[in-house]
Write a protein that binds this ligand. Structure first.
Ligand SMILES: [Zn+2]
Length: 295
């Protein structure tokens, strides 16, 4: 459900659906960026599968709207991207789902079956030798989601006068995401997260999508809200969380033990060698100035 549905739609739903109650009634906001309405393609194939098994038309949850949400709150499975959208970005559902004709499960699109398979393969994968492994990296992203975002109907946390380590982490995380995803339009260098993207897992992480590259935005907030690509969202989150895992302040919070992962400074040094001159200058400046307090 969109956050601003037309009044007529709400009225008609009230008239035609018994005991209908707008899900917006329980909505109490999100803590960080939310995706633009036409960019909300993230979905959980397991939730959709449950909807179908229960005879419901699968629907996109409000909980999948925030940019920092990359896994299902209920199943903890990584979200996937709904592939059937029109040129304006509107999601299309199979007709048999909308009109509930026959066994709705038979109308499951091929890409959704492939998405279900990708999640099953992830669960059945043998332990990997990568360090960190895909499983570990996805668990970091889930952790960040739980700390930095909330479900749509969960109450906003109360404002407390003293700052906690989680408050500091949230603001550092925000800063790192902005740094990682900034698209500098004066030159042709890709954002930092594009270079840092873990390309060994193309099913889950990807570079800045080509459609975004053509845009002329300069500020990352717009870039973050207007990018539907889930694999790119995971990439800038990866840059942010990998940096934080390599700090003494947050490493043990996120990864329980940070000692087995190189310090953020070591990781950034390695990245610097792969960056273009403008991005390298930016990263070096942040390393010396704004990241001084990181240990
Ligand atoms: Zn789910």
């Amino acid at each position: 459900m969109d956050l601003a549905p037309p009044a007529m739609l709400e009225q008609r739903l009230t008239e035609s659906v018994k005991d209908w109650r707008s899900p917006l009634a329980g909505h109490v906001g999100f803590r960080n960026w939310t995706l633009g309405p036409a960019r909300r393609r993230a979905y959980c194939p397991l939730c959709f599968e449950e909807d179908l098994a229960a005879g419901r038309t699968p629907y996109f949850r409000m909980d999948w709207i925030p940019a920092l949400v990359t896994s299902c709150w209920d199943h903890e499975a990584p979200l996937r991207e709904w592939a059937d959208c029109d040129s304006a970005g509107r999601r299309r559902l199979p007709k048999a789902w909308l009109y509930r004709t026959g066994d709705m499960r038979l109308a499951t699109p091929a890409f959704m079956r492939a998405d279900l398979e990708a999640i099953r393969q992830l669960c059945d994968a043998p332990p990997s030798k990568d360090c960190p492994s895909l499983e570990v990296v996805l668990s970091w992203l889930r952790w960040v989601q739980f700390v930095a975002e909330k479900r749509f109907d969960a109450p906003m946390p109360p404002y407390l006068s003293g700052r906690t380590v989680e408050d500091d982490l949230r603001s550092d995380l925000r800063f790192l995401i902005e740094l990682a995803s900034r698209h500098q339009d004066r030159h042709q260098e890709p954002p930092l997260a594009d270079v840092a993207c873990p390309r060994q897992w193309p099913e889950w992480f990807g570079p800045l999508p080509g459609s975004a590259r053509r845009r002329e935005w300069k500020f990352s907030d717009s870039g973050i809200r207007q990018t539907a690509c889930l694999r790119w969202r995971r990439s800038y989150l990866f840059f942010a969380v990998r940096t934080l895992v390599g700090t003494k302040s947050y490493g043990s919070l996120i990864a329980e033990t940070s000692s087995k992962f190189p310090a953020w400074t070591v990781w950034w040094e390695e990245l610097l060698g792969r960056l273009g001159p403008q991005q390298r200058e930016t990263l070096e400046w942040h390393q010396k100035v704004s990241m001084k307090s990181f240990v």
